[in-house]
Write a protein that binds this ligand. Structure first.
Ligand code: C2E
Ligand code: MG
Ligand code: MG
Length: 593
């Protein structure tokens, strides 16, 4: 140790020791005493065994670790007490073979209370006089806590923290094993079920994410009850669940499993102090050979699930090539539709709306047409539904509004003092679009059409979503000066409370109600009821789908105010509006209808 000679100061360590390190130790200990104490008090649990597994010596830390006292362990059967009886000399040799430190092997010891403690043990062999086969010094490290942690981390890596269900990683692993097993066995039926909650966003948005989480947990509990231990139930993502069923008797059994899964949605969920009705769409892919790859199984389950959504949600669809074919066609149509707008293939046609009492045309409904360059006519309900699957509906909707209002401005010349209105359809998704009011305003400003000449048709089913949001949008549209009409009335789910919220100025009775009337007195009574309901709400009632004189007689008899249908005129191109108007009125004047 260097001493700063000039200043004569000692280094800090020497100051603590209070002596010169060069001086001899002032005490004398024999090696034996020292090593005995160092062994006994060593904080590392130490154990000396002979080559046959008899305990030669243990230290205090080891006794504390296993909860036995030294006398028991050194006594006869000490090795057995520790569960060492199962370990022969080979085992000990193996322990000894592990390189010191890092190579420590896991060893479990039996404790006095019957439990076990897991350790990592490093072993060293040494010769000891009197012990014929030599001894093993085992140094143990308690790893129970670490093992718990490893177990916990392993659990976390394979499970969804919210619901405790398997996660995607575990599911994919199990699916891989299931397919491999089926391949080895030369076949075997199984299926993947993909469940996606319908409109779950609404729950999160209106009741908050914590209530959404509560619902997911409650649902996971219900789904668990519907599955067997051998099935793998997984939360795949936000509101998507997967079920792997391996040993089906036949692919037809999937319907039973589907029915059980779907029964989880029959009762409302009591969450966040309220009762929530939640539905789900289910896509199913059965397999009967193992020669499948998980990625395409997922893709097919997804396709089937989307088909279930498209068919109206709350149902299950089993994948078949037809489902795939339709999905491909829709995808292609969606691609083409995107280009159609830019290519000028979309246009608005107009169908006259006739005031039944006077026989005068009072407005036109704007209906979109797609002049597809190669395909036969694609009807609007088909391509509108496709557009609704993506944000394309907003572009199409804006186009319809701009084009219809622009064309309606051109009707001034044929109006002869009256004020014709144009009635534009809004899709449900548009009604929930925060930009809708601005889009309508822009169309009115651009065209110069007075808002009083614009009618906006919304369908009854719009009421199934967030009623409050839809209602607010409609109020703002009314404030702009536009008129709201309820379209396809009588076939959807509209509740009377919905109607009383909106107070629509116009109710359009669905064609199917009109068409069923002639010759069916019950239908006529129904139609009459709907008309008086509309009138009771102060609305004008329009009858759609008047195709012949009988239809017309019926709707007149029940007091409909306005008629629309092929009997008067189909929808005509913008350039033919004036001619159609004159023709319809002329025919009515002549009493031909
Ligand atoms: P809608 O709004 O109920 O329109 C009335 C539909 O009935 C039109 O079909 C019309 O051509 C048809 N129609 C009229 N009179 C008769 C008749 O006497 N008999 C029969 N069988 N049908 C008649 P279209 O043009 O094929 O439109 C179908 C649906 O597509 C519309 O039903 C509407 O929901 C939707 N649609 C059309 N254009 C648009 C649009 O620009 N935007 C939105 N969002 N939807 C549109
Ligand atoms: Mg309509
Ligand atoms: Mg309609």
């Amino acid at each position: 140790m260097a001493v700063d000679g000039a200043a004569g100061t000692q280094h800090a360590g020497d100051a603590v020791a209070g002596r010169s390190p060069a001086a001899p130790a002032p005490w004398h200990v024999t090696g034996r005493e020292l090593y005995e104490r160092a062994f006994a008090l060593n904080p590392t649990p130490l154990l000396v065994l002979d080559g046959s597994g008899f305990v030669v010596e243990v230290n205090d830390a080891f006794c504390a670790l296993v909860g036995h006292d030294r006398a028991t362990l050194l006594g006869p059967g000490g090795g057995q007490v520790l569960g060492l009886a199962e370990r022969g000399p080979d085992d000990l040799r193996q322990l000894g073979d592990s390189p010191a430190g890092s190579g420590a092997r896991p060893v479990r010891w039996r404790r006095d209370d019957g439990s076990t403690v897991t350790t990592r043990v490093a072993a060293t062999f040494f010769e000891l006089p009197g012990v014929p086969d030599g001894c093993w010094l085992l140094a143990a490290r308690d790893t129970s806590g670490e093992d718990d942690l490893v177990e916990q981390l392993t659990y976390q890596a394979f499970h969804d923290p919210l619901t405790g269900l398997a996660n995607r990683v575990l599911f994919e692993d199990r699916l891989g094993h299931a397919l491999a097993r089926a391949t080895r066995a030369g076949g075997g039926c199984g299926a993947v079920f993909l469940l996606d909650l319908d409109d779950f966003k609404g729950v999160n948005d209106t009741l908050g994410h914590h209530v959404g989480d509560e619902l997911l947990v409650a649902l996971a509990d219900r789904l668990r009850l519907q599955t067997r231990v051998s099935d793998t139930l997984c939360r795949f993502g936000g509101d998507e669940f997967l079920l792997l069923v391996e040993d089906l008797e036949s692919p037809h059994d999937v319907d039973d499993v589907a029915a059980r899964l779907m029964s989880s949605f029959e009762d409302p969920f009591e969450v966040g102090g309220t009762s929530v009705i939640q539905q789900a769409s289910l896509g199913i892919v059965p397999w009967s050979t193992g020669n499948e790859d998980p990625t395409s199984l997922f893709a097919r389950a997804d396709t089937a699930m989307y088909e279930a959504k498209r068919l109206g949600k709350g149902r299950h669809v089993v994948f078949d090539p037809g489902v795939h074919e339709r999905a491909v066609q829709r995808f292609e149509l969606a691609q083409e539709l995107r280009g159609a707008l830019a290519a000028g293939e979309l246009s608005m046609h107009f169908q006259p709306l006739v005031e039944l009492a006077t026989g005068r045309v009072e407005g036109f409904e704007a209906l979109m047409r797609w002049a597809h360059p190669t395909r036969a006519t694609v009807p609007p309900d088909v391509f509108i539904a496709i557009a609704e699957e993506s944000d394309l509906i907003f572009e199409l909707g804006a186009f319809a509004l701009r084009e219809a209002t622009r064309r309606a401005m051109g009707w001034t010349a044929v109006e002869h003092g009256r004020s014709l209105y144009v009635s534009v359809n809004l899709s449900t998704r548009q009604l929930y679009d925060p930009n809708l009011v601005r889009t309508v305003e822009e169309a009115l400003t651009l065209s110069g059409l007075p808002p009083s000449r614009l009618v906006l048709e919304v369908t009854e089913t719009a009421a199934l979503g967030d009623l409050e949001a839809a209602n607010q949008t409609m109020q703002r549209l009314v404030q702009l000066g536009a008129t709201i009409a309820i379209d396809d009335f009588g076939i959807g789910y509209s509740s009377l409370s919905y109607l009383s919220l909106i107070y629509p100025k116009i109710i359009k009775i669905d064609q199917s109600l009109v068409r069923g009337c002639p010759g069916d007195p019950d239908r006529l009574v129904l139609l009459e009821g709907v008309v008086s309901l509309g009138h009771g709400l102060g609305a004008k009632v329009v009858a759609e789908g008047i195709e012949n004189a009988e239809h017309l007689a019926c709707v007149r008899a029940v007091g409909c105010d306005v008629g629309q249908g092929y009997l008067f005129s189909p929808a005509v191109p913008a350039g033919d509006v004036a001619a159609a108007l004159h023709r319809v009125e002329e025919e009515l004047r002549r009493g031909r209808h």
